[in-house]
Design a protein around this ligand. Structure first.
Ligand code: SF4
Length: 74
């Protein structure tokens, strides 16, 4: 239950990605301010590097994140 270490500079958190504001707020509360371990962006950044996070990947896109992680481990 803590703020994500990647808040600063995160495209999602800093409103650089198009998303309905209500949904964006919900995600920020759920992922960015409470539990980043479930965030798709964080999963990639913390495993293979921040530069590998697609600019259009939202925090709830877990399947896409797993696919990217699998591809980059191969
Ligand atoms: S979207 Fe994910 S990586 Fe970005 S600040 Fe929120 S929890 Fe951290």
């Amino acid at each position: 239950m803590a703020e994500c270490a990647l808040l600063k500079g995160c495209l999602f958190f800093n409103d650089k990605m198009p998303i309905d504001s209500a949904l964006g707020k919900l995600y920020k509360n759920r992922y960015c301010l409470k539990d980043n371990s479930q965030c798709a962006r964080y999963m990639i950044a913390s495993t293979i590097g921040r530069e590998k996070v697609p600019t259009n990947l939202f925090p709830n896109m877990h399947e896409e994140a797993e696919k990217i992680l699998k591809e980059n481990k191969a």
